[in-house]
Ligand binder design. Sequence first.
Ligand SMILES: [Zn+2]
Length: 135
Amino acid sequence: MRRLVVDSKLENKICSFCGRPGSRRNRLAGGLGAMICFECLEWYYEDSRSSARVAKRTRPVWDEMTDTELLAKLPLIVKSAEQNQAFVIDWIGLIRARKISWAQIGSVLGVSRQAAWERFAAHHRGDDTPAKAGS
Ligand SMILES: [Zn+2]
């Protein structure tokens, strides 16, 4: 199904930092596919304002995680990656709805128009081949 708008429903999103789903009670802020819940936003804001808190951390948090904790994070990371990929597809739909050419899309991605079309057109039914579409 062709989607012409970017999906902005909170219920379909997760916080890219903790993985909790968005809702009316767990509002999310975000941009360009990444989302953050207000709890994480507050935590990272406080973190950014406290050099003592930052100095206490000398290694990445995953260095101290158990194997179980590492595995538990994997589905959240995959969901976050899928969320970002869905945003890319929505964004391409937005671009194509404005009749911006596959050549222009390919140009900003550093690939040919054919490569851009092959990568994304299948997600947007009715989007003709770049040659037939003339762009
Ligand atoms: Zn969060």
